[in-house]
Design a protein around this ligand. Structure first.
Ligand code: BES
Ligand code: MN
Ligand code: ZN
Length: 499
């Protein structure tokens, strides 16, 4: 799909299709009003005859409009102006694409940019539009023998803007929107890939492949089973012991800022390519969805794509903590005591609380990068889904400034997070009578106690943890990866650069 900006140019010849949004009970305005004048009131006549009232989900295709050179105009109902918000704006875009797809339309000029959406400026309207459109176009049919044939004709989308001054903003929005969408696409492809293919070494292969593509600024190194042994990463290793697919940690380094003073931002993604629960095996219902337990790693992967696409002048290290949690005679077990890389000992009470075991050693490992900020992204706890549901990511942090910055990016992008507290009171549940800590944290506040566990390994730097167990994928028969929270984290980085 090609995207571009056009400074109001209604009389463009050969335009396939002009697309407008229409609110209920308010007079038409902007470019639609101009077209109405040009066509001698054709559009108001149509509206007055109640062919369309502006109700949500309505649409009307108009052909051969008097004195208008465009072949068609499509009007989409947007409901009541005062109820219109970003979610509805994205929905209307999605819906409009599906309808446009039913016609032999190659080019569309979208005038949705003229809709009033929660005071969004032109940058955000276009950026959200690109993300919504690319999201709608996404399809994972690599393993289908019959490929889907949607959006066969449409290949060119033009956003109309009314002010000359907005062109630059619009173009930046397209650039950013496309880079984010590309990151999301790469991330979804990885997450959706089944675990018989996407195992820890596949993650490493993908990381290597990516750094070849961006070889000027990116390099990937691998920490394998042997290296982990030498480093004493026993918690991480233990989780992978039961699987024939060995644990592999992929380290993707992006160097976009050569100045000496520039510090590293580190992203760590939980990359459990399948979480059976191990000896503390999960119930079989929906266990298939545990292929998504590597979504944190996929988010980091997508984020690296985003950064490289825009050539951001930052130094970022992305870690894919690949591992598979399986059952066998070699598996670790409840009651085992592990010595982590940090030296702290952990009593295993449940082998299904494996994410924190993988992450704790990585959190220790990354100290060597002298990081400015460390953010881990993990499908860590079912408890987070209970607490916040499927629309909001859990945020926990040892630094209030970092937490604010992540929240801000969440609000800006509508990729929302909600912070949960790491009060001292919660740490009691990590106690063990035989080791320094246990790995489950008891029956209540599971999302928080999991983060408390991680915080014990990230005391030396500014750190935040994003629990994406509820937001990384959509469950059920149409299960699919969401690519969240790539929008948020991309924006977090753009904000760092003041863009
Ligand atoms: N990967 C799961 C968390 C999860 C569960 C994500 C459901 C999405 C949906 C994680 O490894 C896990 O199993 N956590 C346990 C921890 C418990 C044993 C302390 C959980 O949440 O039940
Ligand atoms: Mn688990
Ligand atoms: Zn897990």
């Amino acid at each position: 799909m090609k995207f571009s900006i056009k400074y109001s140019d209604l009389d463009k010849k050969n335009t396939n299709c002009l697309v407008f949004g229409l609110f209920e009970n308010i007079e038409i305005y902007g470019s639609l009003k101009s077209l109405d004048k040009q066509s001698n009131g054709y559009i108001t006549k149509t509206i007055n005859s109640k062919e369309i009232t502006g109700e949500i989900n309505q649409f009307l295709v108009l052909y051969d409009i008097p004195d208008i050179s465009a072949k068609r105009i499509i009007l989409f109902g947007c409901g009541k102006q005062h109820e219109f918000n970003v979610r509805m704006y994205k929905k209307i875009l999605k819906k409009s694409l599906k309808i446009i797809d039913q016609f032999p339309i190659f080019n569309v000029n979208y005038f949705f940019t003229e809709l009033n959406v929660e005071e969004l400026d032109i940058y955000w309207k276009i950026r959200f539009a690109i993300e919504a459109i690319q999201n709608t176009l996404y399809c994972f049919d690599k393993f289908k023998t019959k490929k889907s044939k949607v959006f066969a004709s449409l290949n060119n989308i033009i956003f109309n803007i009314q002010r000359n001054d907005d062109i630059l903003y619009g173009e930046t929005a397209i650039k950013h929107g496309l880079a984010i969408s590309k990151g999301i696409k790469y991330s979804k492809d990885l997450s959706n890939t089944p675990p018989n293919i996407c195992n820890p070494s596949y993650l490493a292969f993908k990381a290597k492949q990516l750094s070849l593509k961006y070889s000027g600024v990116m390099s990937t190194s691998i920490v394998d089973n042997n290296d982990m042994n030498n480093l004493g990463m026993n918690a991480y290793l233990s989780v992978g012991k039961g699987s024939k697919n060995k644990a592999i940690m992929s380290i993707i380094k992006y160097k976009g800022n050569k100045s000496k003073s520039s510090k590293n931002i580190v992203f760590i993604g939980k990359g459990v390519t399948f979480d059976s629960g191990g000896i503390s095996i999960k119930p079989s219902l929906n266990m298939d969805e545990m292929k998504y337990d590597m979504s944190g790693a996929a988010v980091v992967f997508g984020l690296m794509v985003f950064i490289s696409e825009l050539n951001l002048p930052l130094n970022v290290i992305g870690i894919l903590a690949g591992c598979e949690n399986m059952l066998s005679g070699k598996s670790f077990r409840p009651s085992d005591i592990l010595v982590t890389m940090s030296g702290k000992t952990v009593e295993i009470l449940d082998t299904d609380a494996e994410g924190r075991l993988v992450l704790c050693d990585v959190l220790t490992y990354v100290k060597k990068f002298n990081p400015d900020i460390v953010i881990d992204i993990a499908t860590l706890t079912g408890a987070c889904v209970v607490a916040l549901g499927n629309d909001v990511t859990g945020l926990m942090s040892n630094n209030s400034q970092l937490a604010r910055d992540i929240e801000t990016a969440g609000y800006q992008t509508h990729d929302k997070v909600w912070q949960l507290p790491l009060f001292q009171e919660y740490y009691g549940s990590l106690e063990s009578n035989v080791a320094d800590i246990n790995n489950t944290g008891g029956k209540v506040a599971g999302a928080i106690t999991a983060a408390c566990f991680l915080s014990k390994f990230s005391e030396k730097y500014v750190w935040a943890h994003l629990d994406i167990a509820g937001t990384a994928w959509t469950s059920g028969r149409k299960k699919r990866s969401t690519g969240r929270p790539i929008s948020l984290l991309s924006q977090f980085l753009l904000n760092k650069l003041g863009r």
